[in-house]
Design a protein around this ligand. Structure first.
Ligand code: ADP
Ligand code: NI
Length: 216
């Protein structure tokens, strides 16, 4: 099977897996990350097949949807096993998916490979800007978090466990993650795109607090 066919089959698989998601991790999130990854790849280089496959599969194994990470990773391994991929390519795709997630303000990223850096940046670009704002409130609603509560403090999580189990507000999530992403982009191309999206979120927050206090 050639790469085009593998990619087309993978698109159908991912569409089926993420069907009905209302937490901001639906097919259209994958579609945007896939497109942005291809755009970043044009400027940054790397192996396009690995970039595309990792982008398409990156949320299939997400910790938020499986009891444990291994269960999700096995679903991806089983999927990839049917194709005759180079062992090293398959391992890279799995490594990227395992390490793509943000794990807390105080937890360092450990992404390797140019392909991984590209897909992680594309995923993070979809977490900021106008779309990032929309996804964050969708996620907060789905997981039962309040929009905002001035009495609930912002927490800079120092471990994945802490981050994962935290029950903050959606506005706090901007400080605990979204506003930190600009500085954590791996590639120059993504950093440039992040600038404008970051400013957009800052303006949104300013307007939000002004309305909250009946100033505007
Ligand atoms: P990553 O791709 O780094 O693993 P996630 O899948 O955890 O990111 O999150 C993707 C998006 O889901 C976030 O950018 C945000 O919009 C939303 N999200 C995740 N956790 C929260 C939260 N605690 N509150 C609000 N939104 C969240
Ligand atoms: Ni994602």
């Amino acid at each position: 099977m050639d790469s085009k066919e593998i990619i087309n089959k993978t698109i159908d698989f991912v569409k089926e897996k993420l069907k009905g998601d209302s937490s901001g991790h639906d097919w259209w999130h994958i579609y945007r990350v896939w497109n942005m990854s291809k755009k970043l790849h044009e400027k940054e280089g790397g192996n396009l097949f690995i970039v595309e496959m990792a982008a398409l599969l990156h949320d299939v194994a997400d910790w938020k949807f499986y009891e444990n990470e291994e269960e999700g990773i096995n679903v991806i391994k089983d999927w990839l096993d049917q194709f005759d991929l180079l062992e090293s390519n398959q391992q890279k795709i799995i490594f990227i998916i395992r390490n793509i997630s943000y794990k807390g303000a105080g937890v360092k990223d450990k992404m390797e490979y140019l392909e991984g850096k590209i897909v992680q940046d594309a995923d993070r670009l979809d977490a900021i800007g106008a779309i990032g704002i929309a996804r964050t409130f969708a996620f907060g609603g789905k997981f039962g978090n309040p929009i905002y509560d001035p009495e609930i403090e912002i927490k800079m999580h120092n471990s994945f466990e802490e981050y994962k189990n935290s029950k903050g507000t959606t506005i706090n999530h901007f400080y605990e993650k979204l506003l930190l992403l600009k500085e954590r982009m791996n590639t120059k191309s993504a950093m440039q795109i992040a600038e404008e999206r970051h400013l957009y979120m800052e303006n949104f927050l300013k307007q939000f607090y002004d309305e909250w206090e009946s100033i505007k």
